[in-house]
Design a protein around this ligand. Structure first.
Ligand code: FAD
Length: 518
């Protein structure tokens, strides 16, 4: 007999991993081998628009995990399987191969993944095997928070109040650490089939997902739990650095902890989070999206900084504010779980399904390449294209520009982001796009249309963010950089704006006011 832990691409860590922890406990109790399994499923990556960077990050993390697990004498067996609809049968056959009758995994909340796991449960039942799926990804699991009318929430603020109350009512339950797996020694080595799994090689790349800028990605986003922890430490204990706007190694010459300093990034977060001219935010999203660090560990870390025994409720406190951003991740996953239509390319507010979109390849291409002539949008898109990541404010500005200024269908932008992002997460990306398109859960009406030039002046007053990503504008003075004149732009070989913001705004208002009309 043996126990299998099935690791998926959203829980790529050993510490504080509930399914792994439970599998290990059982293996220890029954004195049986524990095998970790990871199935590369290219069809799933295509279906979810996963980009090469996200897949490369997955492979890099797998290598770290394989070494760490091997030190505990737990083999990580990595295999590839297509087509995706026969994955449950394949998992079952692997279980039989290693002589396991029990499997543990953390739940993935996307609709295809839930269907797949339900099928595995059914197959396992027929064989009298046990398949146990546990909640791990979020602080508070979906299907636990309801309105007074017992309906799922559709608005963030009341949901967040309830979320916070529930979290503070039992911190140990929601952010307590799952015990790490224990070494699983004797049993494996007495079984030649299982010990042969230690030879398993993780592929260098996956066909169709070759990462052209793998070296750059490895420099900005080093893999592994130690790197994720170091990112968290830097956020909690050190100051923001303007030298870290662009492509730089975040862990090289990492500053020393500044204990007691009021200037650490987390303590300045409330005031600085919307500034894009230094690394004001945590940059933990790639690690959270791939589960290289748990959200629980991040919240525990903030409580430690404060020496607090509960999470503060108001947005006026720096740390409370950051935890509320982490809560957005829970919120959008709750929305996706309660309203699966959002993960099927449909709007949350269904009346906006009828909005008429422009088909303009040239405009879409200019947006993707960062050649729209609107500096903050171009800097944002070039940051995405070079770093696989963007700060939240430029994400909103660039997304809203595509949807409201260029009037291009948000689903095209959602897919492009997903293909480029190293932190691509279906629920958060969809939530962000539907927010920016006013088709989502946000109570603000469609006529909230950001003026990208004003946003630029606020978020990047001196223009340093623009200069980092748009080299054509490097010599431009701060006062001119947000909207360079046509003459200056021509001289610098930088495009004039491809659209007039004020006219575009009127068009968007018209089309959103009467969906289906031009
Ligand atoms: P911090 O400000 O330090 O926040 C800490 C963590 O909280 C983040 O790492 C993230 O896990 C979570 N978080 C913060 N803000 C949000 C938010 N608005 N929605 C959901 N989670 C949030 N985030 C992703 O993780 N993956 C995506 O694919 C993604 N796509 C987005 C698309 C659009 C159009 C928009 C507007 C936002 C998107 N976001 C996405 C949310 C947000 O922009 C990023 O999480 C954030 O910029 C990551 O930087 P950080 O780790 O420094 O965040």
């Amino acid at each position: 007999n043996a126990v299998v832990y099935w690791m998926r691409m959203e829980d790529m860590r050993i510490h504080d991993n509930r399914a792994l922890s439970k599998a290990s406990e059982l293996a220890k109790k029954e004195n049986i081998p524990l095998v970790a399994l990871f199935v590369i499923s290219p069809h799933d990556y295509i279906a979810h628009d996963r980009g090469p960077r996200r897949i490369d990050f997955m492979l890099r993390n797998l290598r770290c995990i394989q070494t760490d697990l091997a030190n505990l004498h737990i083999p990580l067996h990595v295999t590839t399987h297509t087509p995706r609809h026969t994955l449950p049968e394949y998992i079952l056959s692997l279980m039989k191969d290693v002589g396991a009758t029990q499997i543990f995994a953390n739940i993935e909340y996307e609709v295809d993944e839930l269907r797949r796991d339900i099928k595995l449960c059914e197959l396992a039942k027929n064989e009298k095997f046990s398949a146990i799926f546990v909640h791990d990804k979020l602080i508070i699991q979906p299907d636990t928070l309801f309105t007074k009318a017992n309906k799922p929430y559709t608005v963030y603020s009341p949901w967040q109040r309830n979320w916070l109350a529930m979290l503070n009512s039992d911190l140990a339950k929601y952010i307590g650490e799952a015990p790490g797996p224990s070494a699983n020694d004797k049993s494996i080595h007495s079984n030649s089939k299982l010990s042969s799994l230690f030879d398993c090689k993780i592929p260098e790349k996956i066909d169709g997902f070759e990462c052209q800028d793998g070296e750059v990605m490895a420099k900005i986003w080093p893999a592994g739990e130690d790197a994720a922890r170091e990112m968290l430490r830097l956020f909690l204990f050190t100051k923001a650095q303007s030298s870290h706007i662009g492509v730089s190694d975040p862990l090289a010459n990492a500053p020393e902890e500044q204990k007691g300093s009021k200037a650490s990034r987390v303590l300045q977060y409330k005031d600085n989070r919307d500034k894009v001219d230094s690394n004001t935010t945590s940059r933990l999203s790639p690690y959270l999206a791939s589960g290289v660090i748990s959200a629980r560990e991040c919240v525990r870390g903030t409580l430690k900084v404060l020496g607090a025994d509960k999470v503060q409720g108001t947005r006026d406190t720096a740390v409370g504010h950051w935890v509320q951003e982490v809560a957005w991740r829970d919120f959008y996953t709750h929305v996706m779980a309660s309203f699966p239509r959002v993960s099927m390319g449909r709007t949350f507010l269904e009346k906006f399904d009828a909005v008429i979109w422009e088909t303009n390849e040239e405009h879409f291409e200019a947006w993707k390449q960062g050649r729209t002539g609107v500096p903050i949008v171009d800097a944002a898109m070039r940051q995405l294209n070079t770093m696989g990541w963007m700060h939240n404010r430029p994400r909103m500005v660039a997304a809203m520009f595509l949807v409201k200024d260029l009037m291009i269908d948000w689903r095209l932008g959602e897919r492009y982001f997903m293909e480029q992002l190293i932190d691509g997460d279906l629920a958060s990306n969809n939530g962000g796009w539907q927010w920016s398109s006013s088709t989502g859960t946000d109570p603000q009406p469609y006529f909230r249309i950001m003026n990208p030039f004003n946003q630029s002046e606020k978020a990047d007053p001196d223009g340093d963010y623009i200069r980092s990503f748009v080299p054509e504008l490097r010599s431009v003075k701060s006062k001119d950089i947000h909207r360079p004149s046509t003459a200056l732009a021509m001289k610098l070989n930088y495009p004039a704006p491809i659209i007039d913001h004020h006219k575009a705004r009127d068009r968007a208002m018209r089309r959103f006011k009467n969906p289906g009309e031009n």
